[in-house]
Write a protein that binds this ligand. Structure first.
Ligand code: PRT
Ligand code: ZN
Length: 283
């Protein structure tokens, strides 16, 4: 099965990290077009991100990892399998800070520079704003200062680029992150099973990243109170300790709650509290 990924860009290191963390082994991808996964029947196809949706749509690649912004801009006929927690950004309309334009409705008959003409056109049509779209392939942020456009529509993550170019955001029109996509075509059964396994690995890894395994010893008398404090995914495992007065409690809790839980159970007499990361979790 072929998975198309970005050859060299913002998403590349996150994709490689994800694929390695879900157990695929392969050589460094630098300067390569195709890399074989050693321990699965998978090849990684290294492309420019703009080409990935079409390669997957046309079945040249069976799956791909690419920003949702590119999938939507290309109107690619692919199936979105899973959002991934990196490459997060917004597509935003912005104008120079000193501009008197404060709402998108004031963009009527204005020139808006963008590398995302299709997403922008849909937004303008939906909101009945008749503006002119100026398509640029890069350096969109400098278009207003070059008097090419009154406004821009571009990706924002930290907001630093907009600020340094003296721009203010009027509206975020689209939120994006990296996504796993696949061809809409039914694949031969061996490829379908590799695809299902890939999706299972990714989903179980993403759930695992958001959770932690917690273990502690607690006085028997405090068991109910401690269990009430555990925002557990399922009922905790309780095991008696040799001394007869204490119990071992094991469970899975959301990572975001772990310090709060640790503090609360400690106050109720829990000791030997151990919190460990989970490699993979299937619910
Ligand atoms: O060479 P190739 O064509 O493969 O890559 P590329 O240069 O076209 O894309 P690349 O690597 O820059 O981005 C790949 C993907 O990362 C995008 O399609 C988005 O899905 C995602 N992404 C996330 C971003 C950003 N954040 C982002 N901030 N892509 C671009 N930017 C740019 C933005 O265009 C602007 O110039 O970063 C600048 C703004 O960043 P902040 O942090 O200053 O707000
Ligand atoms: Zn690109």
């Amino acid at each position: 099965m072929k998975i198309a990924i970005q050859k060299n860009g913002r998403l590349t290191s996150n994709i490689i990290e994800l694929l390695k963390n879900i157990g695929y082994e392969f050589d460094p991808i630098k300067n390569k077009l195709l890399v074989k996964v050693r321990n699965a029947d998978i090849e990684l196809l290294l492309l420019r991100d703009d080409d990935i949706p079409e390669y997957v749509q046309d079945g040249i690649a069976d799956a791909g990892i690419v920003g949702l912004n590119i999938v939507k801009e290309k109107s690619a006929q692919v199936k979105i399998l899973c959002d991934l927690p990196f490459g997060c950004c917004d597509l935003a309309i912005a104008v120079p800070k000193k501009s008197r334009i404060n709402t998108v409705s004031q963009l009527k008959n204005m020139n808006i520079a963008t590398s995302y003409p299709n997403i922008l056109r849909k937004f303008l049509n939906k909101n009945k704003i008749p503006a002119n779209i100026i398509e640029l392939s890069g350096s969109v942020e400098i278009a207003p200062s070059l008097n090419i456009a009154n406004a821009i529509c571009d990706l924002v993550s930290s907001g630093i680029t907009m600020r340094t170019n003296g721009l203010k955001v009027l509206k975020n029109i689209f939120s994006s992150s990296a996504t796993l996509i696949r061809t809409k075509n039914r694949l031969p059964s061996n490829k379908e099973s590799i695809m299902n396994n890939l999706l299972l690995r990714i989903k179980s890894y993403l759930i695992a990243c958001k959770n932690r395994y917690i273990m502690m010893n607690a006085p028997k008398a405090k068991l109910n109170q401690i269990c009430e404090m555990l925002p557990a995914l399922s009922s905790p495992t309780i095991m008696p300790l040799a001394d007869g007065k204490m119990l071992a409690i094991h469970t899975v809790i959301p990572q975001k709650d772990m310090y709060e839980v640790m503090d609360k159970v400690k106050k109720k007499g829990a000791s030997g509290i151990l919190i460990v990361p989970i490699q993979s979790l299937i619910i």
